[in-house]
Design a protein around this ligand. Structure first.
Ligand code: ADP
Ligand code: MG
Length: 238
């Protein structure tokens, strides 16, 4: 059964339809990348899965259950955004534990989960620091840590590396791939960067103007692009 499935999903803002009938299956533990030019609807699609936008028509299913009317916090997902505002007055540990505290978890439980996430993200030596004492890459890892402590079934990433410089982006790509192997979680990752898509994805979903142009592995898309748009976007040699 698919971890996340979309069935003929449409989304309009006013009179403008921006998602135009997307049907998609994302398997358990898959690393799926939504790629496409700016404005094609990647963030909107992610927000529909997260429940942060109301769907106009169609269905979103998580583990086979229709979640159209399920609140974001109850969908078992965690989202990491491009602008990952950390609380400046809190330590790294407190930033990571914040959602758990809101959820009423005990101090011991919070400490255990933060320690485990810090170990996975190699943030242990930094737990007592404040965000301003961290580099950009370290801050991004803390933002990912906030998602990990909640132990979600599905991670949603919306261009999480786009504020980092090129060298750090390359390093974080490798780290996210390692994290995916280690956590054995389903990850849906949005980017407009073809290189990120080609290097990180098990499966790429190419979007254009609210429509899925093609779904396939990086190699399939590279060698067998379905049309000129996909070929041009992926950089296929034709
Ligand atoms: P992407 O993430 O691929 O750059 P988005 O999903 O952010 O694209 O946006 C897709 C389209 O929907 C764009 O034309 C954008 O202007 C429009 N859009 C997104 N959010 C809203 C909104 N809240 N109200 C009106 N239009 C929106
Ligand atoms: Mg976007």
């Amino acid at each position: 059964m698919a971890a996340v499935a979309l069935r003929d999903v449409h989304k309009g803002f006013g009179d403008v339809e921006v998602i135009k009938g997307v049907t998609l299956d994302i398997a358990d533990r898959e690393f799926v990348v939504f790629v496409g030019p700016s404005g094609c609807g990647k963030s909107t699609l992610l927000r529909l899965i997260a429940g942060l936008e109301e769907i106009t028509s169609g269905d979103v299913l998580i583990d086979g259950e229709r979640v159209n009317d399920v609140a974001p916090a109850r969908r078992g997902l965690a989202m990491v955004f491009q602008s990952y505002a950390l609380y400046p007055h809190m330590t790294v540990a407190d930033n990571m534990a914040f959602a758990l505290r809101l959820a009423g978890e005990s101090r011991e439980e919070r400490a255990r989960k933060v320690q485990e996430a810090a170990r996975v993200l190699q943030l242990e030596p930094l737990l007592a620091r404040k965000p301003k004492e961290l580099s950009g890459g370290q801050r991004q890892r803390v933002a990912i840590g906030r998602a990990i402590v909640r132990n979600p079934r599905v991670f949603l990433f919306d261009e999480p590396l786009s504020n980092l410089d090129a060298a750090l982006r390359v390093q974080m790509r490798v780290e996210l791939t390692r994290l995916h192997d280690q956590l054995q979680a389903t990850m849906i990752y949005v980017t407009h960067d073809q290189v990120e898509a080609m290097t990180m994805a098990d499966k790429i979903v190419v979007l254009q103007a609210g429509v899925v142009e093609q779904v396939g592995s990086p190699l399939e898309l590279y060698h067998h692009p379905r049309n000129l748009f996909v070929a041009g976007f992926i950089g296929s040699p034709k």
